[in-house]
Design a protein around this ligand. Structure first.
Ligand code: FDA
Length: 304
């Protein structure tokens, strides 16, 4: 009940305005978000790098409806790439196609994304194209393949273990040497596309993770689920797969204990670090994933 209440609240405009524009709101968002500005993102990246984590930076924003909106969102990524290079940070960027123009027109989305990937390639960096709901799966894969052809190694995407098609998509991307982030999947999908049972999603995640870490392609295992992580650890130990052949990825502020213990055990861990003024829906979705976090947040809200 609490979960669906929080999801409902994530769409509430009044609460959003209130929290996004007030000091206490910005203070609690710091649990899951680096801050509102580019400087905040760079500062927290430096802190995470100092601890031994690599980072993927995500400029928060919902789907944009105009070309100006798409270009403004893309500009933040261009600035980010330059700042990462200037400070030699261990960080890349994650983009959502709908956040940089795909819903305005596919031509605009493709052009804006190509410009970001070209910029990253010039700086020897990397762009991860996040995966959205199933209406975007094929277009995301096709664009990633096209850009990988133009800028080999500078772009990769995400596959979701809850989709039936992901087995085939894994082979399709690995064949081309395209880097994959594997996650369980975060969108509401029907049984025509996705396994309805969590046990099947988990089973598929382990199978796909084993396939990816056995390949020659450097992939990211994105999960906070200790069962998935243990399965990967066991598999790589049994098969003598070196720890630098893949990485674990987790969201900023989620299971920080686990993130640190993986680092200590000699694994690579990349933290997905969101920032920006549009933090409210992202923040509420993280609370909904684990409503116990609400208590932590409320305690902090009333601390001076
Ligand atoms: P699961 O949801 O089963 O949770 C396992 C355990 O993790 C929980 O029992 C709890 O202990 C802990 N946990 C999870 N969320 C928590 C929280 N908010 N606070 C505290 N503990 C928490 N999805 C997508 O569709 N497209 C994408 O591009 C991406 N990108 C992406 C990048 C990265 C780096 C991560 C980590 C995740 C994504 N995702 C994503 C989201 C992903 O699909 C999935 O929805 C979430 O990671 C939750 O699934 P888990 O694998 O963590 O397991």
């Amino acid at each position: 009940m609490m979960r669906s209440f929080l999801i409902t609240l994530s769409h509430n405009r009044t609460l959003r305005k209130l929290l996004e524009q007030t000091g206490p709101g910005r203070k609690v968002s710091g649990r899951f978000v680096a801050g509102t500005t580019l400087d905040d993102a760079i500062r927290v990246t430096e802190e995470l790098n100092a601890e031994g984590f690599s980072v993927s930076l995500d400029s928060l924003g919902e789907s944009v409806a105009t070309e100006a909106g798409a270009r403004a969102a893309a500009e933040i990524y261009h600035l980010l790439l330059d700042r990462i290079a200037a400070k030699s940070l261990n960080a890349n960027v994650s983009v959502k196609l709908t956040g940089i123009g795909l819903d305005v027109s596919s031509a605009l989305g493709e052009q804006v994304t190509a410009e970001i990937v070209e910029h990253a390639a010039r700086l020897n960096n990397f762009v991860r194209i996040d995966m959205e709901g199933t209406p975007y799966t094929e277009v995301t894969l096709k664009l990633t393949e096209h850009l990988h052809g133009r800028f080999p190694g500078a772009v990769g995407t995400v596959l979701q273990a809850y989709l039936y098609r992901t087995n085939d998509d894994t082979e399709r991307l690995l064949r081309q040497g395209i880097r994959i982030r594997l996650c369980k999947g975060a969108y509401k999908e029907g049984p025509e596309h996705a396994f309805p049972e969590k046990a099947d999603v988990d089973r598929n995640y382990v199978k796909l993770a084993e396939r990816m870490v056995s390949s020659d392609v450097y992939c990211g295992m994105a999960t906070h689920d200790e069962k998935m992580i243990s399965a990967v650890e066991q598999f790589v130990t049994q098969h003598g797969i070196a720890h630098d052949r893949f990485e674990f990825q987790m969201l900023f502020g989620v299971r920080r204990d686990l993130q640190r213990s993986l680092l200590k055990r000699g694994y690579r861990v990349r933290v997905y670090l969101p920032f920006g003024t549009d933090w409210y829906p992202y923040f509420m979705r993280r609370l909904a994933e684990r409503p116990a976090n609400v208590i932590f947040i409320l305690k902090n809200l009333f601390k001076s």
